[in-house]
Design a protein around this ligand. Sequence first.
Ligand SMILES: C[S@@+](CC[C@H](N)C(=O)[O-])C[C@H]1O[C@@H](n2cnc3c(N)ncnc32)[C@H](O)[C@@H]1O
Length: 274
Amino acid sequence: MPNEGSDYTLKDRYLDLVRDSIMGLIHPGQYRPLLRKPAWYRPLAGLLKRVDLELVRPAHFDVARRLEGKDWPVNAESMLSRQRLDNIRFCLESVLRDNVPGDIIEAGTWLGGAAIFMRAVLQAHDIKNRSVWVADSFGGLPPADTVKYPQDTGDTHSTFLDLIAPFEAVQENFRKYGLLDSQVKFLPGWFSETLEQAPIDRLAVARLDGDMYGSTIESLNALYPKLSAGGYCIIDDYNLSGARQATDDYRAAQGISESLVKIDWTGVYWRKER
Ligand SMILES: C[S@@+](CC[C@H](N)C(=O)[O-])C[C@H]1O[C@@H](n2cnc3c(N)ncnc32)[C@H](O)[C@@H]1O
Protein backbone atom coordinates (compact mmCIF):
# COMPACT_ATOMS: atom_id res chain seq x y z
CA MET A 1 0.00 0.00 0.00
CA PRO A 2 1.17 3.54 -0.66
CA ASN A 3 4.02 4.65 1.51
CA GLU A 4 3.76 8.27 2.54
CA GLY A 5 7.35 8.62 3.74
CA SER A 6 9.60 11.30 2.28
CA ASP A 7 11.77 8.67 0.60
CA TYR A 8 8.75 7.47 -1.41
CA THR A 9 9.64 9.26 -4.62
CA LEU A 10 7.66 10.11 -7.72
CA LYS A 11 9.48 7.22 -9.43
CA ASP A 12 8.21 4.84 -6.72
CA ARG A 13 4.70 6.21 -7.09
CA TYR A 14 4.78 5.77 -10.88
CA LEU A 15 6.13 2.23 -10.73
CA ASP A 16 3.74 1.16 -7.97
CA LEU A 17 0.83 2.60 -9.95
CA VAL A 18 1.86 0.74 -13.13
CA ARG A 19 2.39 -2.46 -11.10
CA ASP A 20 -1.00 -2.28 -9.39
CA SER A 21 -2.73 -1.36 -12.63
CA ILE A 22 -1.30 -4.29 -14.60
CA MET A 23 -2.29 -6.55 -11.69
CA GLY A 24 -5.89 -5.39 -12.09
CA LEU A 25 -5.99 -4.06 -8.53
CA ILE A 26 -7.17 -0.60 -9.49
CA HIS A 27 -10.10 -1.50 -11.72
CA PRO A 28 -10.80 -5.18 -11.08
CA GLY A 29 -13.12 -6.72 -13.67
CA GLN A 30 -16.57 -7.53 -12.34
CA TYR A 31 -17.50 -10.04 -15.01
CA ARG A 32 -15.70 -12.87 -16.77
CA PRO A 33 -16.45 -13.73 -20.40
CA LEU A 34 -17.47 -17.32 -21.11
CA LEU A 35 -14.55 -18.71 -23.14
CA ARG A 36 -16.28 -22.03 -23.75
CA LYS A 37 -19.92 -21.38 -24.59
CA PRO A 38 -22.33 -24.06 -23.30
CA ALA A 39 -24.28 -25.82 -26.07
CA TRP A 40 -27.62 -24.40 -24.89
CA TYR A 41 -26.25 -20.86 -25.21
CA ARG A 42 -25.06 -21.12 -28.81
CA PRO A 43 -28.47 -20.65 -30.50
CA LEU A 44 -29.12 -17.68 -28.20
CA ALA A 45 -25.75 -16.01 -28.77
CA GLY A 46 -26.57 -14.57 -32.22
CA LEU A 47 -29.88 -13.19 -31.02
CA LEU A 48 -28.30 -11.54 -27.96
CA LYS A 49 -25.48 -10.11 -30.06
CA ARG A 50 -28.00 -8.29 -32.21
CA VAL A 51 -29.17 -6.37 -29.14
CA ASP A 52 -25.58 -5.94 -27.89
CA LEU A 53 -25.82 -8.43 -25.02
CA GLU A 54 -23.73 -11.44 -24.08
CA LEU A 55 -23.61 -13.96 -21.25
CA VAL A 56 -20.89 -13.35 -18.65
CA ARG A 57 -20.11 -14.72 -15.19
CA PRO A 58 -19.46 -12.69 -12.03
CA ALA A 59 -15.71 -12.48 -11.46
CA HIS A 60 -15.79 -12.59 -7.61
CA PHE A 61 -12.70 -10.42 -7.12
CA ASP A 62 -10.62 -11.59 -4.16
CA VAL A 63 -7.93 -9.02 -3.39
CA ALA A 64 -5.84 -11.40 -1.25
CA ARG A 65 -5.66 -14.01 -4.01
CA ARG A 66 -4.88 -11.30 -6.57
CA LEU A 67 -2.01 -9.96 -4.43
CA GLU A 68 -0.60 -13.49 -4.22
CA GLY A 69 -1.09 -14.18 -7.94
CA LYS A 70 -3.21 -17.23 -7.26
CA ASP A 71 -6.19 -16.39 -9.48
CA TRP A 72 -7.08 -15.91 -13.15
CA PRO A 73 -7.47 -12.13 -13.14
CA VAL A 74 -10.10 -10.55 -15.36
CA ASN A 75 -9.12 -6.96 -15.92
CA ALA A 76 -5.35 -7.32 -15.62
CA GLU A 77 -2.39 -7.49 -17.97
CA SER A 78 -0.43 -9.78 -15.65
CA MET A 79 -1.35 -12.72 -13.46
CA LEU A 80 1.78 -12.23 -11.32
CA SER A 81 1.76 -11.58 -7.59
CA ARG A 82 2.92 -8.25 -6.24
CA GLN A 83 6.04 -9.91 -4.85
CA ARG A 84 6.98 -11.28 -8.27
CA LEU A 85 6.46 -7.88 -9.87
CA ASP A 86 8.51 -6.21 -7.12
CA ASN A 87 11.19 -8.82 -7.81
CA ILE A 88 11.34 -7.65 -11.44
CA ARG A 89 11.98 -4.11 -10.25
CA PHE A 90 14.57 -5.36 -7.75
CA CYS A 91 16.47 -7.35 -10.42
CA LEU A 92 16.39 -4.55 -13.00
CA GLU A 93 17.49 -1.87 -10.55
CA SER A 94 20.26 -4.16 -9.32
CA VAL A 95 21.72 -4.69 -12.83
CA LEU A 96 21.37 -0.97 -13.60
CA ARG A 97 23.19 -0.04 -10.39
CA ASP A 98 25.94 -2.57 -11.01
CA ASN A 99 26.26 -1.85 -14.75
CA VAL A 100 25.60 -5.47 -15.68
CA PRO A 101 25.44 -5.37 -19.48
CA GLY A 102 22.55 -6.65 -21.55
CA ASP A 103 18.89 -6.50 -22.43
CA ILE A 104 15.89 -7.83 -20.53
CA ILE A 105 13.63 -10.64 -21.73
CA GLU A 106 10.37 -12.22 -20.70
CA ALA A 107 9.75 -15.61 -22.33
CA GLY A 108 6.06 -16.28 -21.79
CA THR A 109 4.23 -13.00 -21.46
CA TRP A 110 0.48 -13.68 -21.80
CA LEU A 111 -1.08 -10.16 -22.00
CA GLY A 112 2.34 -8.54 -21.61
CA GLY A 113 1.99 -7.14 -18.09
CA ALA A 114 5.33 -8.16 -16.59
CA ALA A 115 7.15 -7.03 -19.73
CA ILE A 116 5.27 -3.72 -19.65
CA PHE A 117 6.48 -3.32 -16.09
CA MET A 118 10.07 -4.08 -17.20
CA ARG A 119 9.81 -1.33 -19.83
CA ALA A 120 8.35 1.02 -17.19
CA VAL A 121 11.32 0.39 -14.89
CA LEU A 122 13.76 1.20 -17.72
CA GLN A 123 11.77 4.33 -18.51
CA ALA A 124 11.67 5.44 -14.88
CA HIS A 125 15.48 5.24 -14.83
CA ASP A 126 15.80 6.98 -18.19
CA ILE A 127 17.57 3.96 -19.72
CA LYS A 128 17.80 4.25 -23.50
CA ASN A 129 20.38 1.62 -24.37
CA ARG A 130 18.61 -1.56 -23.27
CA SER A 131 15.64 -3.32 -24.83
CA VAL A 132 12.85 -5.46 -23.44
CA TRP A 133 12.35 -8.61 -25.51
CA VAL A 134 8.89 -10.13 -25.41
CA ALA A 135 8.73 -13.77 -26.52
CA ASP A 136 5.47 -15.66 -26.87
CA SER A 137 3.46 -17.73 -29.31
CA PHE A 138 0.67 -15.18 -28.77
CA GLY A 139 -1.59 -18.18 -29.14
CA GLY A 140 -1.20 -20.07 -25.86
CA LEU A 141 1.02 -22.98 -24.88
CA PRO A 142 2.09 -25.77 -27.24
CA PRO A 143 0.64 -29.27 -27.02
CA ALA A 144 2.99 -31.43 -24.95
CA ASP A 145 5.70 -32.98 -27.13
CA THR A 146 6.07 -36.13 -25.06
CA VAL A 147 8.57 -37.74 -27.44
CA LYS A 148 11.02 -34.90 -26.89
CA TYR A 149 9.91 -34.07 -23.36
CA PRO A 150 8.33 -37.05 -21.57
CA GLN A 151 8.34 -34.83 -18.47
CA ASP A 152 5.36 -33.00 -20.05
CA THR A 153 3.22 -36.14 -20.23
CA GLY A 154 -0.28 -35.29 -19.04
CA ASP A 155 0.30 -31.53 -19.22
CA THR A 156 -2.92 -29.76 -20.22
CA HIS A 157 -1.74 -26.14 -20.43
CA SER A 158 -2.29 -26.08 -24.20
CA THR A 159 -6.04 -26.48 -23.63
CA PHE A 160 -6.37 -23.39 -21.41
CA LEU A 161 -8.15 -20.77 -23.53
CA ASP A 162 -7.48 -18.15 -20.82
CA LEU A 163 -3.78 -18.36 -21.65
CA ILE A 164 -4.24 -17.21 -25.24
CA ALA A 165 -3.28 -13.57 -25.71
CA PRO A 166 -3.13 -12.34 -29.31
CA PHE A 167 -0.14 -10.28 -30.47
CA GLU A 168 -2.29 -7.23 -31.29
CA ALA A 169 -3.79 -7.26 -27.78
CA VAL A 170 -0.33 -7.36 -26.19
CA GLN A 171 0.94 -4.51 -28.39
CA GLU A 172 -2.17 -2.53 -27.52
CA ASN A 173 -1.49 -3.08 -23.81
CA PHE A 174 2.02 -1.63 -24.17
CA ARG A 175 0.54 1.28 -26.12
CA LYS A 176 -2.09 1.97 -23.43
CA TYR A 177 0.69 2.49 -20.88
CA GLY A 178 2.60 4.72 -23.31
CA LEU A 179 5.38 2.13 -23.42
CA LEU A 180 5.24 0.76 -26.97
CA ASP A 181 8.43 2.03 -28.56
CA SER A 182 11.63 0.92 -30.26
CA GLN A 183 13.02 -0.43 -26.98
CA VAL A 184 10.33 -3.14 -27.00
CA LYS A 185 11.11 -6.05 -29.32
CA PHE A 186 8.69 -8.88 -29.97
CA LEU A 187 9.60 -12.48 -30.74
CA PRO A 188 6.35 -14.06 -31.91
CA GLY A 189 6.32 -17.85 -32.31
CA TRP A 190 7.23 -21.02 -30.44
CA PHE A 191 10.31 -20.66 -28.24
CA SER A 192 11.89 -23.57 -30.14
CA GLU A 193 11.78 -21.43 -33.28
CA THR A 194 12.48 -17.94 -31.97
CA LEU A 195 14.78 -17.88 -28.95
CA GLU A 196 18.00 -19.41 -30.35
CA GLN A 197 17.86 -17.25 -33.49
CA ALA A 198 16.85 -14.02 -31.76
CA PRO A 199 19.34 -11.22 -32.46
CA ILE A 200 20.06 -10.73 -28.75
CA ASP A 201 23.73 -10.09 -27.84
CA ARG A 202 23.58 -10.20 -24.09
CA LEU A 203 20.97 -10.32 -21.38
CA ALA A 204 21.02 -8.81 -17.92
CA VAL A 205 17.68 -10.27 -16.78
CA ALA A 206 15.93 -13.33 -18.18
CA ARG A 207 12.45 -14.02 -16.83
CA LEU A 208 11.10 -17.39 -17.85
CA ASP A 209 7.38 -17.94 -17.56
CA GLY A 210 6.56 -20.82 -19.90
CA ASP A 211 4.97 -23.16 -17.31
CA MET A 212 5.90 -26.46 -19.01
CA TYR A 213 9.07 -28.56 -18.97
CA GLY A 214 9.70 -28.12 -22.72
CA SER A 215 9.07 -24.37 -22.69
CA THR A 216 11.29 -23.83 -19.64
CA ILE A 217 14.21 -25.98 -20.81
CA GLU A 218 14.10 -24.43 -24.29
CA SER A 219 14.20 -20.96 -22.73
CA LEU A 220 17.11 -21.90 -20.47
CA ASN A 221 19.08 -23.56 -23.30
CA ALA A 222 18.66 -20.56 -25.59
CA LEU A 223 18.93 -17.68 -23.13
CA TYR A 224 21.07 -18.62 -20.14
CA PRO A 225 24.34 -18.67 -22.14
CA LYS A 226 23.62 -15.03 -23.09
CA LEU A 227 23.05 -13.94 -19.49
CA SER A 228 25.88 -11.71 -18.25
CA ALA A 229 27.72 -12.44 -15.01
CA GLY A 230 25.82 -10.48 -12.38
CA GLY A 231 22.57 -10.96 -14.31
CA TYR A 232 19.41 -12.56 -12.96
CA CYS A 233 17.53 -15.64 -14.09
CA ILE A 234 13.94 -15.69 -12.82
CA ILE A 235 11.66 -18.74 -12.97
CA ASP A 236 8.01 -17.86 -12.50
CA ASP A 237 6.53 -21.30 -12.07
CA TYR A 238 8.83 -23.30 -9.80
CA ASN A 239 5.79 -24.80 -8.07
CA LEU A 240 4.74 -26.42 -11.37
CA SER A 241 6.40 -29.80 -11.73
CA GLY A 242 7.44 -29.26 -15.37
CA ALA A 243 9.09 -25.89 -14.84
CA ARG A 244 10.72 -27.06 -11.60
CA GLN A 245 12.12 -30.21 -13.20
CA ALA A 246 13.47 -28.28 -16.21
CA THR A 247 15.14 -25.74 -13.90
CA ASP A 248 16.67 -28.45 -11.70
CA ASP A 249 17.84 -30.46 -14.75
CA TYR A 250 19.42 -27.44 -16.41
CA ARG A 251 21.15 -26.27 -13.26
CA ALA A 252 22.50 -29.77 -12.58
CA ALA A 253 23.69 -30.24 -16.20
CA GLN A 254 25.43 -26.84 -16.24
CA GLY A 255 26.85 -27.14 -12.72
CA ILE A 256 25.06 -23.99 -11.59
CA SER A 257 25.69 -23.71 -7.88
CA GLU A 258 24.25 -20.27 -7.14
CA SER A 259 21.43 -20.77 -4.64
CA LEU A 260 17.83 -20.46 -5.69
CA VAL A 261 16.13 -17.58 -3.92
CA LYS A 262 12.41 -17.87 -3.20
CA ILE A 263 10.27 -14.88 -4.27
CA ASP A 264 6.89 -16.14 -3.14
CA TRP A 265 4.91 -19.41 -3.21
CA THR A 266 6.05 -20.16 -6.78
CA GLY A 267 8.63 -17.70 -8.12
CA VAL A 268 12.39 -18.24 -7.69
CA TYR A 269 15.53 -16.59 -9.06
CA TRP A 270 19.27 -16.75 -8.89
CA ARG A 271 22.04 -14.32 -9.72
CA LYS A 272 24.60 -15.62 -12.18
CA GLU A 273 28.04 -15.31 -10.66
CA ARG A 274 30.24 -16.31 -13.57
C1 LIG B 1 1.54 -18.16 -17.53
S1 LIG B 1 1.55 -17.29 -19.03
C2 LIG B 1 2.67 -15.95 -18.71
C3 LIG B 1 2.16 -14.98 -17.68
C4 LIG B 1 2.79 -13.59 -17.78
N1 LIG B 1 4.21 -13.59 -17.61
C5 LIG B 1 2.16 -12.59 -16.84
O1 LIG B 1 2.82 -11.60 -16.50
O2 LIG B 1 0.99 -12.73 -16.50
C6 LIG B 1 2.52 -18.33 -20.06
C7 LIG B 1 2.76 -17.78 -21.45
O3 LIG B 1 3.81 -18.55 -22.06
C8 LIG B 1 3.54 -18.72 -23.43
N2 LIG B 1 4.27 -19.94 -23.83
C9 LIG B 1 4.47 -21.06 -23.08
N3 LIG B 1 5.22 -21.94 -23.73
C10 LIG B 1 5.54 -21.38 -24.93
C11 LIG B 1 6.34 -21.81 -26.04
N4 LIG B 1 6.93 -23.00 -26.04
N5 LIG B 1 6.48 -20.97 -27.08
C12 LIG B 1 5.88 -19.75 -27.07
N6 LIG B 1 5.10 -19.29 -26.05
C13 LIG B 1 4.94 -20.10 -24.99
C14 LIG B 1 2.03 -18.82 -23.52
O4 LIG B 1 1.55 -18.45 -24.77
C15 LIG B 1 1.57 -17.86 -22.40
O5 LIG B 1 1.30 -16.58 -22.92
